[in-house]
Each structure stands twice: as C-alpha cells, then as structure tokens.
Design a protein around this ligand. Sequence first.
Ligand SMILES: [Zn+2]
Ligand SMILES: [Zn+2]
Length: 477
Amino acid sequence: MSERNFTLSIAAQPLTRLTEFDPEDEYRPEPEPEALPPAWLDGSTRIGIHTSIAGGHRNAPETARKLGCNALQIFSANPRQWQGGSARIPEVDAAAFRARRAELGLGPLVIHANYLINLASPQPMLRVRSIQAFHDEIVRGMSLGADFLVVHPGTRGEATCAQAVATVIESVKQASKRASLGGMRILLENTAGMGTCLSSRLEEMAEVLAGLNGFPVDVCLDTAHLFASGYDIRTEEGLASTIGQIENTIGLERVPVMHINDSKIPLGGRVDRHEHIGEGKIGAEAFRRILQHPRLSATPPEGLAGRVFIAETPIDDPGDDRKNVAALWELAGLKDIAPVAEKGFSMLTAALKKKMDVQRAVDKRNAAVAARREAEEVRKKSEERSLHFAGRLLRRSEAEKQMRRPASVGMTGVAGGGNGAKVAATATNPAKGASTAKRAAATKPVARTKRLATGKRVAMAKKGKKVSGASGKRKRG
Ligand SMILES: [Zn+2]
Ligand SMILES: [Zn+2]
C-alpha cells in the first residue's frame, strides 16, 4: 500500500516539467538602488564657519559641531606654505575625518585652497608651482570627501585681463587633468579687487566659466569681497541689483557656496578685510536680507539645494567664532531650530590667545627693527649717491679752472635738471654741501687727478660746457 502510494506521488510530479524554462521564473535582480542624495541636499539651511584643522583633520568636524554648525570649511593643509614632499593625507586620518563628518551629518564640506596658489600668474615658475599645488588640493579634497574646493583665481601682474583669464582657464584644465574629481566641484571665488587681483567683476568670472565649459567649475561669492569691489549689497535695491547682475552673468544656480563676512572696508574700497557679522560696513540688516532671501536660500525651487553660508570672520577674542555662527542662524530667522553649540567653546582658547598676543608683539617688534634697518640702508645709499654727484661736480669745476674758464657756467648748467638741482643745492649749501664735497674730494684724490690728466676728460668737459653755454641748460641730472 505504502509502496504504491509512493509511486503515485512520483508520477504526480513529473521531472520533465521541472526543467522546462518558464520566463516567469527568471531571476531578476533588484536594480542597484540609486545612491541616496546626501542629507545636506535636503533643502535645509546650511551654515558653517571656517574651521581649524589644528591637531589633525579629524578634529575639525567635532569643532564645527561645537560651534553650532551643520556645515564646515577647512584648509586641507597649511594655507601659507608650499607643501614639501608628500602632499597626501594619510588614509587613516582621512578615513577618520570622513567617518566623523558622516556621523555628525555635516555638509557640505568646503575646502579652501592655499593662498599662495596663483593660477593667473604670468611667471612660468610660479604658475607651474601653482598648478601642481592646486592638483594636490584636488587630491586631498577627494580623499577627505569634499564637496567643493574654493580657490582665488590669482593676480595677473603685468599681463592684461584677457591674458590672465586665458591663463586661469588653462591652469585649471591642467591641474584637473588626470585627477578624478568624483562629485567634487571647483569654485572660483570673487575678490575685493586689490591690486591686480582677478575676479572682482562678475563679468570676468563668467568669462572664465565660459572657457571651462564641461569642467566641474562653479563660483563662490564672498559678501565682503562683493561689497569692497563695488556691489552695494547693503541696501535692498543694491542687493536686488546685485542678484540681477549675478543672474545675467554667472547664474545663481552656479553659486553653491557663499562666504558670509562683514567688511571693515567701505563700498568699493577694493581691500579685503573681514569683520564680525553685523559690525562692519555691510551691517546686520543687510545680512538679514541676504540670509533670508529666497533666491539665495538652499530651498528649491527659488533657492539651490545644498547652498551653504560659510563665515570667515576674525576671531579676536575667545568665543567670537561661536557668536558669529549664532548671529548667522539668528539673522536667517532660524535661531530656534539651529544646532546647539557647546557653551563656552571657541577655536581660540584663552591660552592660545595669550600665545598669539605674545607672538604678535614679537612680530611687531621685529617688523619695527626691520623697518629701521631698511630706512638706514636707504639713507646710506642716498648719502653715497649725493657724495658721488658732489665728487663729479667738483671734478668738473676743477677741469674748468684748469681751462681758465669761469666755473659758474658748469654749475648753472647742472642746476637745470631735477636731481641735479638738488645736488647743486647740496653742493652749494655752505653748511652741509661744502663738507660733503670736501669729504668726496678727500676720498678719491688720486683718481681725480689721473682722470683730469687725460685729454679725453678735458675734451668732454669742454664739450659739456659748449652745450650748456649754447642752451643755458643741460638735461643731465
Ligand atoms: Zn572668502
Ligand atoms: Zn576675504
């Protein structure tokens, strides 16, 4: 009985049907889930401050959190030194940094490039060095998982603006060659327009962007630089006009990072000096308008998701950093939902301030000593020069005496020129000039006689006199 049942059960499951292919049974793997956009792109307001990497990169995220930030900007290395040797960050440190940043949900991460980099330099040596250093910035930025790398385009020196724009374009292309940028974008920062600094005009920035079409390059705008270069963002109309100009040149969608700094310098002063938020020439009301402007916000559709406001304000006293971050949240109208800062925390501790004050005093003293030394050098050189001239005058007048002609002709002639006038005045000054001339005569008596003895010298003196006699003036001086 049982055996028969067994046979029947086999017959009920014919093996042939099991191997037959049914398209319905095909294994279809789930499509790779699309990478979730990072949390900082969720349309929320992002506020950070330039954060120190003292003691190692991994400390920076913690510092940003303690200051009440949800984003941060850092240097990836010493910003005022060319990196010698390996410019890389050890992977252990980079990994620790990335992990801590992710845990704290900080973003975006902005890296500010070295200040020595000059991508516009007309000097080949400096330019090559800058391209190499900027390439290293890209590599370090990638290893830290940065979202943006901000760089000042540089100064053009003797070159024309058009040449400098072309140079920057070429430099950025070369620096990003063979560097995989991943999702990181390079941001050119506008400048205050000091000296021959590039990028104080939005039109000029648009030209550079046009030349880098297809490269991951956008713009970072600094409020202090805008203001110092003549964009009046202090008033409501001025801000509206500036936003209009941004739209007409680079486009607001290409400004994912804004440096929010007040300015010690008045409108159009063309000097780069940052001030605490609300305490400079731009003022708190203007920052309230800027931070709450829908077009400048991080909320689409009017704003740009992920846009961040980064303060680069001075830290004169412990706590200034925390206060400036708090001021940004308050002026943005988000004081109540801002991340909580750690009470009393500052990147500048009382001990560090004391150390810096001492250093500043030493620097000041050294600078004063150097200035005194330089002034002394200048004084010595000018004295040597006047001795030299006085000597020449003396030689000429003696040559004239030898030829039994009145010396006054030569003297009048010399007095005609710019410098000559001064020298002649010195030479005839009975108190100082006479002694100077005497000293000069005493130092080179042999040479003088020798020279005077040659016919050539006398002939020259004669010729000189003829010229001066004819015109009454000589152009040399
Ligand atoms: Zn800046
Ligand atoms: Zn600046």
